[in-house]
Design a protein around this ligand. Structure first.
Ligand code: BGC
Length: 756
């Protein structure tokens, strides 16, 4: 049904319009009964429904309805499987329809700047491209059920410390390349119906009143057409918010801020047309839900629990394996660690789900009659070592054929609202792992955590299986992976540094409470570790399998590319092992033109292939000019210099198997304005100024200032002189030419040539 919203808005009073721009309570938008505007509900998000029928809160404290907890984004991103995430989104969308929720508050697309951010478990990756693709997949799935999503927290909210007031200070380049690209991809590809702005300031301006972010970029550049809502309580100056492009305040201020909107319109400081636009944005999304109710939708908790198990199995990352995994039938296994019976599978805060059911690895092993013993070893919820429990764990490990230690981070360590203090595992767990390893070399460590941990024992363990926060089906998924009923196929969506001190944000995280300066700029995650040649424990994209894959025959649809072109990269991948498996084919691009300040390489494509033993499939990935580009602040646009770009395809960022080269030509010109500080080198490399400069240099050579070999006491082949001339600014030429060159005249002449 096409509704005439403008007509509807024309019938609303100023007070009704202002009221429409804030929530009625914690989870509902307002109704205007006389005009048939219904009350709709929104709810967290992002990996399950946290629908609160009773007491409401935004930190997951009070009870919500029983729902299904799917793997958190730290896990789903590790699947690198957009189809799976779209399916998960569809399941969530159907659940929302069945529960009468108009908008699911997620996904969360913030970048993992530091492993210490308390909320990393809810975020996808340190890489913006992977983040964008995964967010887009979830949005497409949820919205296919005519439910809205609210991609959050827009933007540059990468820590919990003082998240409600701190200013994230960064360059425009880092903002665009690292912190916005994920949002940009998802907005353009999946058209989320709503966006949630973050609490923090960006370069001094609150996200909730940041016109650059909310209007200039989000709507004007990316074409966003839905409504922007605040994070819960993120309003600062309400009228300024409307001017900047913020539509809906949540949860609502009991009329206080609505009155400020009314007053601003009345005193002329707020254009009523902007208010009308905000109301239209909100009504459009409300009615897109109301007019598309889907009575066939069901919330089948048992069926969705099964899906949660399957998804968790697709997300797990096998970090180490000396061949011990998969475990053999009949092998006596000692399960150690309380997470074996009480798995940790979700983080704290607003995403916290009241689960319909949870399966532990221990229950699954029991149900399948596996020869397994269980010893607690250490508690799931605190760092406390009981010497008797340690001794019992060591004894059980000694008696068994293999030990499986279920380790991880206690609930209190990872939550919304605060950051982690360090990257360590609880000392009691490290101690149990070390002692067990002394008596049982066949030891597997299973990890349950939402962000990287330091693993000082990793070289000694026979295998390490990262389950992340895998949702309520994590135990059964883990059982299937340990015993080879499923083959691990996740890949890390983030680097695991050896130590937190290695992380590029280490010296500037979390700031002084008022400001946090993103000094590492674009060098986040693997972009930094690779540029510094700093070894990491496990690299971005890493993940093992019970089979092996061979790559071959990389071809490019063309070796040349211009601004509007794209090139298809094809590569053949074969399963060379004996069991079915899935390979994530990863494509990275490297600028080979000596451009300053570029990462060694950047992820620009990926695809997950399912392969039977012996089977070969061709992966096809496409790159365009944007994939080669960086954000040029002077140009205010994306830019790739003409030249060669390497296309690198492989199994992980540190395991590239095939390479090709594309020659790129751009018609874009960088802004060039000449001043006294402009150097000879810059002038010599620009076609319009090079002839003038070459003429001057020829004269200088005649007058004795030469770069010839005779005049080369250090024997550098004239190189030294060339380099010195290249670095000489116009303002210093007068001195070198005995006054023959007049700087002001030359600058004027060169600028004239540039304009021609
Ligand atoms: C969180 C959001 C959440 C909202 C509502 C806020 O504290 O930052 O992610 O959607 O609460 O619960």
């Amino acid at each position: 049904m096409e509704r005439d919203l403008k007509q509807l808005i024309s019938q609303m009073t100023l007070e009704e319009k202002a009221g429409m721009c804030s929530g009625q309570d914690f989870w509902h938008l307002k109704t205007v009964e006389r005009l048939g505007i219904p009350k709709v509900m929104v709810s967290d998000g992002p990996h399950g429904l946290r629908k609160q029928d009773g007491d409401a809160d935004h930190l997951g404290i009070n009870q919500s309805i029983q729902a299904v907890c799917f793997p958190a984004a730290c896990a789903t991103a590790s699947s690198w499987d957009t189809e799976m995430l779209e399916q998960m989104g569809k399941t969530l969308g159907e659940e929302c329809q069945a529960e009468n929720l108009s908008v699911l508050l997620g996904p969360a697309a913030n970048i993992k700047r530091s492993p210490l951010c308390g909320r990393n478990f809810e975020y996808f990756s340190e890489d913006p491209y992977l983040t964008g693709k995964m967010a887009a997949a979830e949005i497409k799935g949820v919205q296919s059920w005519d439910i809205g999503t609210s991609m959050k927290h827009y933007a540059v909210n990468n820590q919990e410390y003082n998240r409600m007031s701190c200013s994230s200070n960064l360059s425009d380049r880092a903002l665009r390349e690292i912190y916005l690209t994920g949002f940009e991809i998802a907005v353009k590809e999946a058209r989320p119906k709503t966006i949630m702005c973050s609490y923090n300031k960006i370069n001094g301006t609150y996200a909730s009143e940041n016109k650059y972010l909310l209007t200039d970029i989000l709507r004007d550049e990316w074409g966003f057409e839905g409504y922007v809502m605040t994070d819960w309580g993120a309003v600062s100056d309400r009228a300024e918010g409307i001017r900047a492009g913020l539509d809906l305040e949540m949860p609502g201020s009991n009329g206080v801020n609505d009155a400020k909107i009314v007053e601003a319109v009345k005193n002329g400081s707020l254009d009523e047309a902007l208010l009308d636009k905000a109301v239209e944005n909100i009504l459009k999304v409300i009615f897109s839900y109301i007019d598309h109710r889907r009575p066939e939708a069901k919330f089948d908790r048992d069926a969705d629990h099964e899906k949660a198990i399957n998804y968790a199995a697709e997300c797990a990352v096998l970090l180490e394996n000396n061949g011990l995994l998969p475990l053999k039938q009949g092998q006596k296994a000692a399960y150690i660690g309380e997470y074996a019976v009480k798995p940790r599978f979700q983080g704290g805060g607003s995403s916290h789900i009241n689960c319909s059911k949870v399966t532990s690895a221990w229950e699954s092993a029991q149900a399948k009659g596996r020869p397994v013993t269980y010893t607690k070893g250490f508690p799931a919820d605190r760092d406390e070592l009981d010497p008797q429990e340690l001794a019992a764990a060591v004894a059980s490990a000694k008696e068994a054929d293999v030990a499986v230690i279920f380790a991880g981070l206690p609930d209190v360590i990872e939550s919304e609202g605060y950051d982690r203090k360090n990257m360590a595992m609880p000392a009691c767990q490290n101690k149990v792992i070390e002692e067990v390893l002394k008596v049982q070399p066949n030891t597997v460590v299973v990890l349950h955590n939402g962000s990287p941990v330091e693993t000082p024992w990793a070289d000694k363990a026979a295998a390490v299986l990262e389950m992340y926060l895998g949702g309520q089906g994590v135990g059964e998924a883990c059982d299937r992976l340990l015993y080879g009923e499923a083959n691990p196929c996740g890949r890390l969506a983030e680097s695991f540094p050896y130590r937190v001190q290695d992380n590029p944000s280490y010296l500037n995280f979390p700031g002084d409470g008022k400001d946090v300066n993103y000094q590492e700029d674009i060098f986040v995650g693997y972009r930094y570790y690779e540029a510094k040649e700093l070894p990491v424990r496990w690299a971005f994209g890493h993940g093992l399998s019970y089979t092996s894959f061979a790559y071959g025959n990389l071809r490019l649809s063309s070796g040349k590319m211009g601004d509007g072109d794209s090139v298809t990269v094809s590569v053949d991948v074969t399963n060379t092992g004996t069991v079915p498996g899935k390979e994530v084919v990863q494509l990275y691009v490297a600028d080979k033109n000596g451009t300053p300040q570029r990462p060694v390489k950047e992820l620009k494509g990926f695809v997950k292939l399912a392969l039977q033993p012996g089977e070969t499939k061709t992966a096809e990935l496409t790159i365009d000019a944007r994939a080669l580009s960086y954000y040029h602040e002077g140009l205010g646009d994306w830019y790739a210099p003409s030249g060669n770009y390497e296309v690198l395809v492989g199994h992980a960022s540190d395991d590239i198997r095939q390479a090709g080269t594309v020659a790129f030509t751009t018609a874009k010109e960088l802004p060039f304005s000449i001043t006294g500080a402009t150097t000879m080198g810059e002038l010599m490399s620009h076609p319009k100024t090079a002839p003038v400069i070459n003429g001057i240099l020829a004269k200088m050579a005649e007058n004795g200032l030469s770069s010839s070999e005779e005049d080369d006491p250090l024997g550098t082949g004239g190189e030294m002189m060339k380099v010195m001339i290249q670095g000489t600014p116009i303002k210093s030429l007068a001195g070198f030419t005995g006054g023959a060159v007049k700087a002001e005249e030359l600058i004027a002449e060169l600028n004239r040539r540039l304009e021609k």
